[in-house]
Design a protein around this ligand. Structure first.
Ligand code: SAH
Length: 431
């Protein structure tokens, strides 16, 4: 007889952490674990940490301080720290947080099962039949397809923490997606640091992987993140255009709209290259939804250089822009080479300026959708309305008595704001 193991898996940061946290929860469940909403009640705690910016890192430290207190009262609690806070050398972390029982490095590709096994000495535990452990999962689920990054963007800490680029085998990915679909998943988001480089090491391209996964019955939609400008090739554009399950939705970080800044970030392309790429993509993929990431206040960024970024936003007209304030990360080239010389107030002003310009552009783009009919994958209910996403990743809210969760439904757009749409469910014409 086993006492149920109560686990609490916490994550912050990118979708890769969300995906790993979900796999960890699944695995713990197979060993008889039960999720514990409250950290304080858990026997096992796994934190998927993030260090991409200082704000995220601070939240992880706060969580660890809570655990420090809890563990004083409950010394039996087992704690693992995973994600990008875990460096090769964990001495400093172990010193600061001596109560952490195990570090799970994002560089190790040990299957999660083995990590759990090492961590909990689970060899004695009875492994439940997977069938019994099935439960309804999210309608859209992230799935990690490749790990690590070989690039060295000067501001970025991720390559140091996640190690070199490597891809998972297509067969293994297919199995994971099939098992999600059996539990109700309708959409998968394939994840990699540079997802369009998927398979350079195993010989299957991302386009081919999408074609393979498209064969899974019951799976309705496929998306992927994050793309890198120089790696997004024509065959991938053609795959997106021709595979019906692959959504017209691309996340392509540009980071800056100025060649000098791009060179100092070591991004490996110029603004002109990026714009031509978008032109080509838009010519091949109709109704493309396009999002990007921007960093403002990078070392030495002048007012003029910043304005070049604003001008790029006006020319490209992205659907969504994720904007972040430059945060120097220890050990990166930019942090060691150049002073973080744009004052905090000025960084904030630039951030708000990007948000202001982008809100107007997005409202204009979204308003053009009023009156059109969109296919929505219904993901849930929020404030008495059903909501889901269009193929090109716009959030759409509408009313319906039927929860419709996980269904693909036609919705006519009636209103638009910068971040979402409102609409009316179209009653399918009687046969
Ligand atoms: N592989 C992706 C980046 C993943 S990190 C790429 O090719 O760009 C996610 C986002 O965090 C980045 O796009 C960048 O905009 C932001 N970011 C990364 N490091 C940062 C830093 N030091 N300061 C501020 N934002 C940063």
């Amino acid at each position: 007889m086993e006492i149920p193991l109560r686990y609490h898996v916490w994550s912050i940061g990118c979708q890769m952490n969300t995906a790993d946290a979900r796999r960890m929860s699944d695995e713990l469940e197979l060993y008889g674990g039960e999720p514990s909403e409250q950290l304080a009640d858990a026997d096992v705690v796994v934190l998927y940490s993030c260090v991409v910016r200082q704000a995220a890192q601070t939240k992880v430290h706060n969580e660890l301080e809570r655990i420090r207190h809890l563990k004083r009262r409950r010394p039996g609690m087992r704690v693992a720290l995973a994600g990008c806070m875990v460096e090769d050398d964990t001495t400093a972390l172990a010193h600061q947080y001596p109560f952490i029982d195990r570090f799970l490095s994002p560089k190790l590709d040990l299957p999660i099962r083995d990590q759990v096994f090492d961590f909990l000495d689970l060899d004695e535990r009875y492994r439940l039949d997977p069938e019994d452990a099935e439960r309804i999962h999210g309608i859209s689920q992230p799935v990690t397809v490749s790990q690590g990054c070989n690039r060295r963007c000067t501001y970025c800490i991720i390559p140091f923490r996640r190690g070199p680029e490597r891809s998972r085998h297509p067969r293994e990915i297919r199995r994971e997606v099939e098992s999600l679909v059996r539990r109700g998943t309708k959409e998968v988001v394939l994840l990699g640091q540079i997802v369009d480089r998927y398979g350079r090491d195993t010989g299957t391209t991302l386009g081919e992987l999408c074609a393979e996964i498209s064969q899974i019955d019951g799976l309705e939609r496929i998306r992927f993140l994050t793309s890198y400008p120089v790696d997004f090739d024509r065959p991938l554009m053609e795959a997106v255009a021709s595979l019906p399950k692959v959504c017209e939705d691309v996340n392509l970080p540009v980071q800056a709209g100025d060649d000098t800044v791009l060179r100092r970030m070591a991004r490996g392309y110029k603004v002109d290259f990026y714009e031509r790429l978008i032109e080509e993509m838009r010519s091949i993929i109709p109704n493309l939804g396009l999002s990007t990431d921007i960093i403002v206040g990078f070392c030495g960024e002048t007012e003029q250089q910043f304005e070049n970024t604003l001008a790029l936003l006006e020319r490209v007209r992205f659907d969504v822009v994720h904007v972040a304030i430059y945060s120097p990360r220890p050990g990166t080239a930019s942090a060691s080479l150049w002073p973080d010389d744009v004052p905090r107030e000025e960084k904030k002003r630039r951030l708000h300026e990007v948000e202001r310009v982008q809100a107007r552009i997005a409202t204009e783009i979204n308003s053009q959708l009023i009156g059109t009919r969109q296919e929505v994958l219904v993901e849930g209910t929020r404030q008495a309305k059903r909501y889901g996403r269009t193929r090109n990743n716009k959030l759409l809210f509408f009313e319906s008595d039927d929860p419709l969760a996980g269904r693909l439904v036609p919705v006519e757009v009636t209103q638009a704001t910068s971040w979402s749409l409102q609409g009316q469910l179209c009653v399918p014409a009687a046969a």
